[in-house]
Design a protein. Structure first.
Length: 477
């Protein structure tokens, strides 16, 4: 955590004292005093390096609902920011009740997920507190009756682990998914856990030798690096085996070696050196640096065949990419702790990486629902949950769009001035029409004219909420 002034530390001590008094006499199912839970949430948020207002809100997150402490008292003692966050976490428990009218739109799991995200769209730190709360509850599931264990574990697996993934919080996703899976399907969990341990034990000496060979080559080339092993999680293996008809022979990344270097140039240099040492497998080189995953994950992946005919996956990334891969959005807040709540209240997300700007769409949806307006959940769902495609401008700039996007979505993503004056489109150098769905890797050239004006009929040729909003603004003008 960042070093804090004595005054700030006193605020945190005050929050702990208030919560301790407020929860006095309450017990958890484990038999421990209830205060052990908010204190555990506090510790998790500190480990994630969250800003102090978030940590204080984590300490107080159950007080308004479960004790006599009021939101007004919290506001008077800790200010608007903390009260805003505590109120957000409290309201999460009422999401289903408040949004019953949305039930018909989406399948149950995705529906819950979407409601959760819309409800917290006004400040994404509410999601982070909720994830810390869920992590501690998952760690202490053993104290609950079996039926409740399974219910909470399923919700964790279907909603909270994917949410952690959407925020690129890799370490959290792995822990939540494995904890939950151990209750959802304990026999399968134990079987796969033992399989991973046995396989890794037998591969231990080979990996040690490979690590030594690679280290020697990188040192010879005077590359600054660290190299370590990464073991696949149980739930990840379960999902991957399901994709490959339970064939372990198709799983090449049960154990991977991870190389961390100072900068992007060194990433590609290390990749080249690896390929000079070992034979790369066809179709197994993935450049997530040039084309990051939808959640912002960046790394180079390659699977190679060593001199001893062993198949090994390598991941190569910078320290910053590694931090972001493990802690995701929490890492963003650590590096950008300023004017958080003020910006949120104005509907702005400060300093978020572009891959997380989907959160602004949640804010817009939350604001509309608050005003009693309708939200097009099908379109919102497409933007949040569909796979992304990467398309190019003629100059080679990359834009990511939801799968199924159309040329006008691309045009408005470039700029609303371009979107408002579209006369046609060239895709991969050939004239096309505005109804043609864009595909991965397309080069899209938007043709415009100053004399062209926006048309209401274009609303049928748009998929993304961003483009729809921009076109409606132009039509009103």
């Amino acid at each position: 955590m960042n070093a804090k002034s004595p005054e700030k530390s006193d605020r945190l001590k005050t929050a702990v004292s208030l919560a301790t008094v407020a929860h006095a006499g309450q017990l958890r199912k484990t038999g421990e005093p209830y205060i052990s839970h908010p204190l555990a949430v506090k510790k998790i948020l500190e480990e994630w390096n969250m800003d102090e207002d978030t940590i204080i809100a984590g300490v107080l997150h159950d007080t308004v609902e479960d004790t006599n402490l009021t939101l007004e008292e919290i506001r008077a003692e800790f200010g608007d920011s903390v009260a805003f966050l505590v109120d957000g976490v409290t309201k999460l428990g009422k999401v289903r009740e408040n949004m019953k009218s949305l039930d018909t739109y989406l399948p149950e799991t995705t529906d819950n997920f979407l409601r959760l995200m819309i409800a917290t769209g006004s400040d994404v730190r509410v999601l982070i507190i909720k994830l810390a709360d869920r992590l501690h509850n998952a760690r202490t599931l053993a104290a609950l009756p079996p039926a409740k264990q399974k219910k909470i574990a399923l919700e964790t697996l279907e909603i909270f682990a994917p949410l952690a993934d959407r925020l690129n919080m890799g370490l959290l996703r792995v822990e939540l998914a494995d904890l939950a899976f151990s209750y959802v399907d304990p026999r399968r969990f134990e079987y796969l856990k033992n399989l991973i341990e046995t396989t890794n034990k037998s591969a231990e000496q080979d990996l040690k030798h490979i690590k030594s060979e690679v280290s020697a080559l990188l040192k010879k080339e005077k590359l600054d690096f660290t190299i370590s092993g990464r073991i696949k999680s149980v739930y990840s293996l379960h999902k991957k085996l399901a994709k490959h008809n339970q064939n372990m022979g198709e799983i090449y990344d049960l154990t991977a070696l991870r190389i961390i270097v100072p900068d992007v140039t060194s990433c590609y240099l290390a990749l080249g050196l690896l390929h000079s040492l070992y034979v790369p497998m066809n179709g197994r080189i993935k450049d997530y640096i040039a084309m990051p995953k939808q959640n912002g994950y960046q790394s180079l992946h390659t699977t190679v065949i060593t001199k001893q005919k062993k198949i090994v996956e390598f991941q190569i990334r910078t320290r910053e990419m590694h931090e972001y891969a493990e802690r995701g959005l929490a890492a963003s807040f650590y590096y950008n702790e300023q004017k958080l709540t003020e910006n949120y209240k104005e509907g702005k997300i400060p300093h978020l990486p572009t891959n997380l700007l989907w959160i602004t769409e949640l804010q817009e949806a939350a604001a509309k629902l608050k005003e009693g307006k309708k939200v097009d959940l099908k379109k919102l769902r497409l933007n949040l949950f569909a796979d992304k495609i990467f398309v190019y401008t003629p100059k080679g700039d990359i834009l990511d769009l939801p799968k199924g996007s159309l040329p006008l979505d691309f045009a408005f993503r470039l700029h609303s001035e371009i979107g408002g004056h579209v006369t046609g489109v060239k895709i991969n150098g050939k004239m096309s029409n505005l109804n043609r769905r864009l595909e991965q890797g397309d080069v899209v050239e938007i043709l415009t004219s100053k004399n062209q004006i926006p048309r209401a009929s274009w609303l049928d040729k748009i998929v993304t909420p961003h483009a729809r909003q921009k076109l409606k603004q132009l039509l009103r003008q």
